[in-house]
Ligand binder design. Structure first.
Ligand code: GLC
Length: 461
């Protein structure tokens, strides 16, 4: 399959409604409350850090795909094993940085499509026996995150292009077809699921971030069996959607959704530059301001942002990435109330920007990008505003209704945010405490028909 086609399939997999909601013949359905309880920390978190770390950081090339796509020979890709030292790996410093970023969880690539695991697997390639790192890199990471009270996510690629048991090797080379040798495929399924069992028994992750499901069907992956096993042995865990539909939440990748995605829980995974792993020539970094806008926009649509960093082969995190994380953390330190634990905000026809709501819907948070050059406008807000303030510095604001109220249509609300109270660098958040759960007005009456033959009037009916 061409890479673009694979990526498309991948994106579709990420966007497909999890089978948990869709399948009628799925596993015993968890009760709605159990599902909601299991998902609560994730829904509240809003911000997580993705870490792509593997032997691809030795030469600074694309993770796994570089050999699969034929950019370099497999043997050359694997030479990187010799250079993967992790010599300056400081998992506690990683965890502390993640904590400082304001993220509530992190997801580490325990094994990418190249099949090189970061922990001592019984079978297959791993950094303990095959690289100079010579030690488990997952365990200390898990321990450090937990010390900092962060939730632990482990990325695991179900694809393993290095395994002799796996059908695909590269874009142009296939080892075998499943239909010709189902026994070999079954041995692969046992191999990969054993690795997931091992990860579970050793580290008990809070979240499983599967990837690569697009190469086979849910039946072939035995996704249901794996999900059932995880739910039995790690019942509080959360599973992303890339287990061929047997997951708990959607995973749009790179493209910031324009409208709210059609599922209750979702997470946008996004690179800080254009690469998942460390690539020294990729300088296309998004600015802190752009990332904060994306974070606010994602929260506005009820989702999480999983922002990626790519450490070097020695375990150091590039300064630009660390600086950006700290800056986001500083912003969240002041404005976290408008992000953490919120739910999706109001439609953009009411406020032309990102917004969130407190879970009881009694506080509306509006995000202002840059200088609004005048009061911000909220339309159709039926409630009385009890208090309005700048979240980052507590300045009290005095919103005003301008215009007469006709029937049930509330007059527009204008909130003047003086320039010296705006966030000096990034997005400003303002809070509006309402007199009750938010009620938005929408005119449902038909437009007056002045002249039935008039084309524009016909168009709006
Ligand atoms: C895609 C890519 C993979 C990357 C992942 C992150 O699935 O195949 O390289 O790790 O996206 O979401």
């Amino acid at each position: 399959m061409k890479r673009w086609l694979m990526m498309l399939c991948c994106a579709c997999a990420g966007l497909a409604a999890p089978a948990l909601f869709a399948a009628s013949s799925g596993p015993p359905q968890p009760s709605a409350s159990t599902y909601a309880q299991r998902m609560q920390w994730f829904a509240d978190a809003k911000f997580g850090i993705f870490i792509h770390w593997g032997i691809y950081s030795v030469d600074g090339i694309t993770e796994s795909w570089s050999f699969f796509d034929g950019d370099i020979p497999y043997a050359d890709y694997m030479k990187q094993l010799k250079g993967f030292t992790a010599s300056r790996y400081d998992p506690q410093a990683w965890a502390d940085l993640i904590k400082a970023s304001g993220a509530k969880y992190a997801v580490l690539t325990s094994k990418h499509h190249d099949g090189v695991a970061l922990w001592p697997t019984k079978r297959g390639l791993n950094v303990v026996k095959d690289t100079p790192a010579r030690r488990d890199l997952v365990g200390p990471f898990v321990k450090a995150l937990r010390k900092d009270d962060l939730k632990v996510g482990l990325y695991f690629s179900v694809i393993d292009w290095s395994s002799p048991l796996y059908p695909a090797f590269t874009h142009d080379q296939t080892r075998y077809q499943i239909k010709d040798d189902p026994g070999r495929w079954n041995r692969f399924v046992t191999y990969y699921q054993d690795q997931v069992h091992d990860l579970t028994n050793r580290y008990h992750p809070d979240l499983y971030w599967f990837d690569g499901d697009w190469e086979h069907t849910a039946e072939q992956w035995h996704s249901k069996q794996l999900r059932d096993w995880i739910m039995t042995h790690n019942p509080d865990a959360i599973i992303n959607s890339r287990l061929a539909g047997w997951g708990d939440y959607g995973t749009p990748e790179q493209g910031v959704p324009i409208a709210r995605p059609p599922y209750k829980y979702w997470e946008l995974c996004l690179t800080m530059n254009n690469s998942w792993g460390w690539q020294p020539h990729d300088h296309h970094f998004k600015s802190t301001d752009q990332l904060i806008r994306i974070l606010a926009d994602t929260a506005s649509m009820g989702g999480n942002l999983l922002l990626d960093i790519g450490p070097r082969a020695d375990g150091t995190i590039p300064k630009i990435e660390a600086d950006t994380l700290r800056q986001i953390g500083q912003w969240l330190g002041k404005n976290g109330e408008a992000i953490y634990g919120t739910v999706a905000g109001i439609p953009k026809d009411y406020y032309a920007g990102a917004s969130t709501l407190s879970p009881d819907h009694k506080t509306l948070y509006l995000f202002i990008d840059g200088d609004p050059q005048g009061p911000v406008l909220v339309k159709g807000l039926t409630n009385r505003v009890v208090r309005a303030w700048v979240v980052g510095n507590g300045t009290i604001l005095s919103p005003q209704r301008v215009g007469a109220t006709l029937g049930n249509a509330p007059a527009p609300l204008y909130v003047d945010v003086p320039e010296d109270t705006l966030d000096p660098q990034h997005v400003t958040a303002i809070g509006l405490a309402l007199d009750g759960p938010i009620k938005l007005y929408r005119d449902t009456s038909k437009p007056t028909q002045l002249n039935p033959d008039e084309p524009t009037m016909r168009a709006i009916q």
